[in-house]
Design a protein around this ligand. Structure first.
Ligand code: SME
Length: 152
């Protein structure tokens, strides 16, 4: 069943009571891990140097770091600035396998004033876990995060 993303958006708005990026990104990935069923990893990668993603706050197993823009699903999201929704990561040739348990992946780019700030990455052990409705819902939650946070 698709989560009630309108309700989750209101809950996330209430949770993010500072504008600090570190606090809000930590809270957001913890919230997603609690509220979205069938995730094994939820976290942020930040563009801390040009063309390179660095691991930020996350929930789950230790993960790959750094990730250049020309590699993996996260790199594709950063490069194209388009959400990447992958039903089966093992069918993606340059997928970066941080955890063999991951089968599906959703990566949402986060831009601020025309600059790529980072991406939100969700992984699931369930193939085809993320529907178009999940993509729209998670994009809505990312918009709540970005709107309530000072991202520089
Ligand atoms: N699978 C990602 C790497 C990040 S981990 O999933 C946490 C990718 O291909 O970009």
């Amino acid at each position: 069943m698709t989560p009630d993303y309108a309700l989750l958006a209101r809950q996330l708005e209430a949770l993010l009571d500072t504008r600090d990026w570190l606090t809000n990104s930590a809270q957001t990935c913890a919230f997603l891990m609690q509220e979205i069923p069938d995730l094994n990893w939820a976290g942020f990668y930040l563009q801390r140097s040009p063309g390179m993603l660095g691991l930020g706050p996350f929930q789950g197993k230790p993960a790959c770091h750094p990730i250049p823009f020309d590699q993996g699903v996260c790199g594709a999201a950063a490069r194209t600035r388009q959400t990447q929704r992958v039903d089966d990561v093992h069918a993606v040739t340059d997928h970066i396998a941080c955890d063999a348990a991951s089968n599906a992946e959703l990566v949402v780019p986060i831009t601020v004033n025309g600059r790529l700030w980072g991406v939100l990455d969700l992984d699931s052990p369930v193939k085809g876990r993320f529907s178009a409705a999940d993509q729209a819902g998670i994009e809505r939650l990312v918009a709540v995060f970005a709107g309530r946070t000072d991202l520089t």
